[in-house]
Design a protein around this ligand. Structure first.
Ligand SMILES: [Zn+2]
Length: 402
């Protein structure tokens, strides 16, 4: 039996130990989250492969631990805002995708089919933003990890590009809307897949130290598939501008319907939460684009991507104001912001096209269009292309010098 003296002496000991433990935990938390400043390095202290052109301060040491990388999310380093400028849009797009999943009546076979390209596209956007965020967070673990991170980052751009191609091909610019012949439409996704795989290989190759003008090369490399993928949609845009998109020229027999609305509309459309959104859609048919979203958002999307390309090649402002924008305001952060905004604007266009398709009279009766949207023609392309991209990443990570 413990005597009263024993009890009093134990509690006195505990009183000493407990605050010590609590204090240690708080100190550990502070250290993990914010308080202890990170050890950062200068440009000249870094290994050759870890230096960024025109960025002189705010480098995290290489190698660093995973815990150090996680802590650096909340400290001002030259990678912190590169991480957040893609991580915040990722959360926004993921939540929007979740809301749409809930709002769409996916039990309806036609709605499920017409939304499949949207979900493939949405997956591409999230993968791009997630891989970019992870690449910028963990690239200081080791030099090989740095190559791996950025090869995955380039692969994610290719993955997003093929996902956008799937959405354009099935929803935004299906063959009956842009006026290309059937042969061109059949080749559209395979051609896009070939160029994005090639672009990924070229970008991984630019990580070899002897390659000059790597930023220009990477930008131009991805500009080629971008133009190819955008061609049918640009064609559709020009049809709109020059007022060529009439029912007679662009609709074939399958998609014609009575202007009086005598052909029955979809019986299973969009659930209540998005009724208001759906009610703003075209009442003239999928190709007529009576709503304002496509004509205003598509040029904005093109301009944002063009701006991103110019910023990435120019290295403005850090090239002209050395050390001033190392941590906040460097070109790569503006490039990220322009890309993220461009993707968000593009996602509105894809959503619009999906709702147009679901809500358009007669569209759901088009056997041809619906039968073209299969697992193979949507997720099948994403899986096939990503398999090649993963192999490319593994090969380049093993051959790039450390
Ligand atoms: Zn980046």
């Amino acid at each position: 039996m413990p005597t009263p003296t024993d009890l009093s002496s134990r509690s006195a000991d505990e009183e000493k130990v407990l605050p010590k433990k609590t204090g240690k935990t708080i100190a550990r938390l502070k250290e993990l989250l914010y308080y202890r400043p990170l050890l950062l390095k200068q440009h000249c202290d870094m290994p050759k492969f870890c230096r960024e052109r025109h960025i002189y301060t705010g480098y995290r040491p290489n190698p660093s631990s995973i815990a150090y990388c996680v802590r650096s999310m909340f400290h001002p380093t030259n990678e912190t805002f590169n991480f957040w400028t893609h991580f915040v849009p990722l959360i926004f797009l993921a939540m929007r995708r979740r809301d749409l999943s809930i709002a769409l009546d996916l039990d309806c076979q036609e709605v499920a089919t017409l939304s499949a390209p949207y979900f493939a596209y949405s997956l591409g956007c999230c993968v791009l933003l997630l891989c970019s965020s992870i690449a910028h967070l963990f690239n200081c673990v080791s030099i090989q990890a740095r190559h791996l991170c950025f090869c995955i980052d380039y692969g994610a751009i290719s993955f997003y590009s093929i996902a956008a191609t799937v959405a354009y091909s099935h929803l935004v610019s299906p063959p009956h809307c842009h006026g290309f012949d059937a042969g061109s439409s059949t080749l559209y996704i395979p051609a896009a897949a070939a160029t994005v795989v090639l672009a990924h290989i070229v970008c991984c190759h630019t990580r070899f130290p002897h390659i000059k003008y790597r930023y220009v090369l990477r930008t131009v490399t991805y500009a080629v598939p971008f133009v190819l993928i955008s061609l049918p949609t640009m064609m559709r845009m020009s049809n709109l501008i020059f007022n060529v998109a009439t029912n007679e020229t662009l609709h074939d027999g399958h998609y014609r319907y009575s202007q009086s609305g005598s052909i029955p509309r979809s019986s299973c459309g969009i659930a209540g939460a998005l009724d208001d959104f759906a009610s703003t859609k075209s009442t003239k048919g999928h190709c007529d684009l009576a709503s304002h979203v496509f004509p205003t958002y598509y040029p904005a999307h093109l301009l944002l991507f063009l701006l991103a390309a110019i910023i990435n090649m120019s290295r403005f402002p850090e090239k002209y104001f050395p050390r001033v924008f190392d941590v906040v305001g460097s070109s790569h952060q503006w490039f990220h912001i322009a890309i993220a905004l461009g993707i968000i604007v593009q996602s509105f266009i894809v959503e619009e096209a999906m709702f147009d398709a679901i809500d358009s009279p007669g569209i759901l009766h088009s056997v041809t269009w619906l039968s073209n949207i299969t697992f193979l023609s949507t997720m099948g392309w994403l899986v096939s292309v990503s398999a090649i991209l993963i192999v490319t990443v593994l090969i380049y990570t093993s051959i790039l010098p450390c």
